[in-house]
Write a protein that binds this ligand. Structure first.
Ligand code: ADP
Ligand code: MG
Length: 248
C-alpha cells in the first residue's frame, strides 16, 4: 500500500478477497476524496468489514490496487479496550510516546475527560465507544474507518454519538468511511452513500442536503426510499426489524 497524492484519500481498484472458494470482494472499486464523509451500506455478510479491515491494513491477502493514507485509524462496533489499563492509557496505547496529558486532550474532545483515570469496566457502552473514538483520533488520521461504531448503542446514545462524529469530522477534516446498517444514519452524516452487493459497490447516492439534516424533508425521505429499495428492503418497518436482528 502506498500513500495517495492529489485530492483522493482512498483509491481502490479491482480489489478481490476470497476466503477458501468463497469470493467476498470481487473486483471492487472505491474512491474517497480528501475530507469526504462516505457511508457504506449492505446486507449482513456482504463484505463490509472485510473491506474495512483491508483499508485499515489488517488484511493483505488480496488482489488489486489499494491506495490509502499512511495515517489512518479504525474503530469497531466493540470498543475493544484493554481492561487492565486505565482509560487514558488505552487512548495512547498505540503511540510510542503517549502521556496522560495527551490522552486527556482527546478525551475532552469526545466529552469524557473526567473518566481519564477510570477503569474501562466502569464505563457505559456509549462512554466506551467515545474512548474508542479518542484512541482513533489521537493518531490525527487522514482517514478514519468506522465499522458500525454505534450499532450496539441504544437510540438516544446513538443519536448523541452520531452528532459527536459529525462534530469531530468538521473539526479534523479527515476522510471518513462509516459502515452502518442504518440508512437514516448514513443519510444524516455522509456526503455520499454506497451500497455494497455481490462483492462490489452496486449503487451510490450523493447526499446534497444541507446540514444538519431534516429526517422529514421530502428529499431525505426520497433518498431513504431509494436506498431501502437498493438494499432490497421495502419499507422502514422491515428495516428496523432487520436492524434488530443484526445487532442482537
Ligand atoms: N477470516 C475469515 N475467514 C473466513 N470467512 C470470513 C472471514 N472473514 C469474513 N468471512 C466471510 O466473509 C463474508 C463477509 O463478511 P464480513 O465482511 O464480516 O461481512 P459484513 O461486515 O458485511 O457483515 C462472510 O460470509 C464471512 O463469513
Ligand atoms: Mg461487519
Amino acid at each position: 500500500m502506498t500513500a495517495v497524492n492529489g485530492t483522493n484519500s482512498v483509491k481502490v481498484r479491482g480489489l478481490t478477497r476470497a476466503f477458501g472458494d468463497k469470493t467476498v470482494l470481487d473486483g471492487l472499486d472505491i474512491t474517497i476524496r480528501e475530507g469526504e464523509f462516505v457511508a457504506l451500506l449492505g446486507q449482513s455478510g456482504c463484505g463490509k468489514s472485510t473491506l474495512l479491515r483491508i483499508l485499515a491494513g489488517l488484511d493483505s491477502e488480496t488482489e488489486g490496487e489499494v491506495d490509502v493514507p499512511e495515517r489512518r485509524s479504525v474503530a469497531f462496533q466493540s470498543p475493544r479496550l484493554m481492561p487492565w489499563l486505565r482509560v487514558w492509557h488505552n487512548v495512547v496505547l498505540g503511540l510510542p510516546r503517549g502521556d496522560r496529558a495527551l490522552a486527556e486532550r482527546y478525551l475532552a474532545e469526545v466529552g469524557i475527560e473526567e473518566y481519564a483515570g477510570a477503569w474501562p469496566r466502569t464505563l457505559s457502552g456509549g462512554q466506551s465507544q467515545r474512548v474508542s473514538l479518542a484512541r482513533a483520533l489521537v493518531h490525527e488520521p487522514e482517514l478514519l474507518l468506522l465499522d458500525e461504531p454505534f450499532g450496539a448503542l441504544d437510540a438516544l446514545t446513538r443519536g448523541k454519538a452520531q452528532r459527536l462524529v459529525a462534530d469531530l469530522w468538521q473539526r479534523h477534516r479527515c476522510s471518513i468511511l462509516l459502515v452502518t446498517h442504518d440508512v437514516e444514519e448514513a443519510l444524516l452524516l455522509a456526503d455520499r452513500v454506497l451500497v455494497m452487493d455481490g462483492g462490489r459497490i452496486a449503487y451510490e447516492a450523493r447526499v446534497g442536503l444541507d446540514r444538519p439534516r431534516d429526517l422529514g424533508s421530502p428529499d431525505f425521505v426520497a433518498l431513504r426510499g431509494e436506498l431501502l429499495r437498493r438494499l432490497g428492503v421495502d419499507d422502514a418497518s422491515a428495516l428496523s426489524h432487520h436492524r434488530e436482528e443484526v445487532t442482537a
